[in-house]
Design a protein around this ligand. Structure first.
Ligand code: T3D
Length: 263
């Protein structure tokens, strides 16, 4: 029996999704897309969910599209289908999920694998991990949001060189360039990821989800529009039980016990 392409577990509101095609460096095929979509559907429906962790099995995080599924011997392929059917909906779901998503880049990330990591909210990479756009090596353009994420995160000059030269960036350089939040020594990687996930699992989830939405939307807003959006969202957050609990706990000098709920 073949291995499941996605592993999904839940522990106290923390959902872990593991891309599980290690012999292909967790490259995406249709079965993996479908299983990931189903896992995200379960998470979206879980009213007790607090945080999502996305990672990969084996020595890779994700090598993008599984190229063994692309047969060019019989004429040109329509490569708008993969983005339209799978990659674009995936990036939209990750960026709009009302929960924080931690991406633990456990090893090599290439092509869409990099850009899917960048669609997550907090990216932590093993010091030994690497990032390459890979697309230019096979005549393609960055997809899965790469053309949008890269210049915003690392600046246009770095985005262009990273894409056109297809150089592998190690995790330390990726952090220095602003592509990811943190590169962590391999020996302490699992521990650091677990600490971040457990902190987010106990956080005021509704407020975090709103902050994520505002920051992601602000990239295309004027300052005026962002100020208005903050005001309106603060009103909703101010009505949440976690706001009352946070203020009470502050005054009583104790750790807040958040429910994560909006009301
Ligand atoms: O098609 C559409 O729908 C459009 C959408 C496109 C989205 C994309 O992501 S396009 C970009 C696709 N990805 C790539 O081009 C990356 C190809 N892989 C590599 O360049 C290298 O494998 C890596 C830089 C990722 C890692 O190099 P390395 O030396 O650490 O590992 P390796 O030996 O090359 O790979 C290990 C195995 O994984 C190997 O299999 P083998 O020889 O042991 O049986 C290799 O063939 C396999 N593998 C790695 N990447 C892919 C893959 N198999 C299928 N597809 C892959 N993308």
């Amino acid at each position: 029996m073949s291995e499941a392409p996605i592993l999904h577990s839940v522990d106290n509101g923390a959902h872990t999704i593991t891309l599980n095609r290690p012999d292909r460096l967790n490259a995406f095929n249709v079965a993996m897309h479908d299983a990931l979509g189903a896992a995200l559907g379960r998470i979206e429906a879980d009213t007790d969910a607090r945080v999502v962790l996305l990672t990969g099995a084996g020595r890779g995080f994700c090598a993008g599209q599984d190229l063994s599924d692309r047969d060019t011997s019989k004429g040109p392929l329509d490569l708008s289908i993969g983005p339209e059917r799978y990659y674009n909906p995936l990036v939209r779901r990750l960026t709009s999920l009302r929960l924080p998503i931690v991406c633990a880049v456990n090893g090599v990330a290439a092509g869409a694998g990099v850009n899917i990591a960048l669609a997550c909210d907090i990216v932590i990479a093993k010091r030994s991990a690497s990032f390459s756009q890979a697309f230019s090596a096979i005549g393609l353009v960055p997809d899965s949001g790469g053309t949008w994420f890269l210049p915003r995160l690392m600046g246009q000059a770095n985005a262009l060189a990273f894409t056109l030269l297809n150089e592998r960036l190690d995790a330390t350089a990726a952090q220095e360039l602003g592509l990811i939040w943190k590169a962590v020594d391999d020996a302490t990687f699992d521990e650091t990821v677990a600490e971040v996930v457990s902190k987010l699992a106990a956080a005021p989830t509704f407020g975090l989800g709103q902050a994520k939405r505002l920051i992601r939307n602000a990239a295309t807003l004027s300052l005026d529009a962002a100020l208005d959006a903050e005001r309106d969202t603060q009103k909703a957050c101010g009505r949440s039980p976690d706001y009352s609990e946070g203020v009470r706990a502050f005054k009583e000098k104790r750790t807040a016990q958040f429910t994560g709920r909006s009301e």
